[in-house]
Design a protein around this ligand. Structure first.
Ligand code: FAD
Length: 310
């Protein structure tokens, strides 16, 4: 069995693996896709001390750093079920989709999250070519340009306020007949001179030419009339879904499906820790996930040295 088994190989899982392995303990990482969301990223310009890199390069560096410490990397492996230890100090089991069962004294869950897609023509085609999901990451790429935000919940309205300070103009598109964000955010958004809000508006297409976004089409749901907005960027903000479906009923989750963790990354199950985008820790970013994974590994080590000697 492992001392620390990490499920998920994104920035959180890789950082947890490096921190655990540096304690000289048996460490394994099982990941469906090592590198995680970073694989889908073009430019990364906010990982402190790295002025600029790209996703595939960053993912390769995560893997190289993890391998350098002799960590057992089980790539292309999906976990299906977590089985807590039968007695205090016992082994925790993780059942894999391929039928195997991995056992460990401690487990770190770092399965990340995925952005919900709007599923209209043009979205997939122009991903990273004008279609974006993370204003903290990609906002500055649209400096002085026209953008839209799809989604009028808290994250959409926050994104629109954030972008309005950087880009030339923001069009916010909300499907329902009113914005669902907190009133204080809605008031702030409405006070901004370079923002247009369309409610009752259904996005029907993201258009482009020469490999880049050039517009967005939406249907006014009251009149059924289709409108076109000319712009250079579209931020889709209709939800970030944590990859925690497999933990339902075992690990305590928030109403958004995020793993509930305390300040040390502990979950409600003894010996099970969690880190990164799959948890209640706010602001889903690489540097935050990496810090969080390191913290969970140190917490797991702390747990291990307190386990009774048998
Ligand atoms: P993830 O990166 O999501 O990794 C999760 C890992 O768990 C993966 O290995 C996955 O395969 C695995 N996994 C999931 N379910 C299972 C399972 N059941 N069994 C086994 N393994 C599983 N952040 C920035 O800071 N800067 C940026 O510029 C930036 N740009 C971004 C651009 C895009 C297009 C996207 C999508 C995100 C971007 N982000 C950026 C956000 C950043 O990628 C995430 O915050 C970060 O990757 C979270 O790390 P994580 O390790 O928690 O999760």
């Amino acid at each position: 069995p492992y001392d620390v088994l990490i499920v998920g190989g994104g920035p959180a899982g890789a950082a947890a693996a490096v921190y655990a392995a540096r304690k000289g303990i048996r460490t394994g990482v099982a990941a469906e896709r090592f590198g995680g969301q970073v694989n889908d990223t073009l430019a990364i310009e906010n990982y402190i001390s790295v002025l600029e890199t790209d996703g595939p390069k960053f993912a390769a560096a995560l893997e190289a750093h993890t391998r350098a410490y002799g960590v057992d990397i089980m790539n292309l492996q999906r976990a299906d079920k977590l089985i807590p230890a039968a007695e205090p100090g016992g082994l925790i089991s993780v059942q894999m989709a391929n039928g195997a069962t991995l056992q460990s004294k401690t487990v770190i869950l770092s399965t990340g999250a995925r952005w919900r897609n709007v599923n209209v023509p043009g979205e997939a085609e122009y991903k990273n070519k004008g279609v974006a999901y993370c204003p903290h990451c990609d906002g500055p790429l649209f400096k002085g340009k026209r953008t839209a935000v799809i989604g009028g919940g808290n994250s959409g309205v926050e994104a629109a306020i954030d972008l309005a300070g950087i880009v030339a103009h923001v069009t916010l598109i909300e499907f329902a007949d009113q914005l669902k964000a907190d009133a204080v955010l809605v008031n702030k958004l409405k006070s901004l001179p370079n923002v247009t809000i369309h409610t009752n508006a259904q996005t029907t297409e993201i258009t482009g030419a020469d490999g880049k976004v050039n517009g967005l089409k939406y249907k006014d749901r009251a009149t059924n009339v289709e409108h076109t907005v000319q712009l250079e960027g579209v931020f889709v903000q209709i939800g970030l879904v944590p990859n925690t479906e497999w933990l339902k009923g075992t690990v305590e989750l928030s109403k958004f499906g995020e793993i509930m963790v305390d300040s040390h990354g502990r979950t409600n199950i003894p010996g099970v820790f969690a880190a990164g985008d799959c948890t209640t820790v706010p602001f889903k970013q690489i540097v935050i996930a990496a810090g969080d994974g390191s913290k969970a590994a140190l917490s797991a080590f702390d747990h291990l040295i307190r386990m009774p000697v048998v």
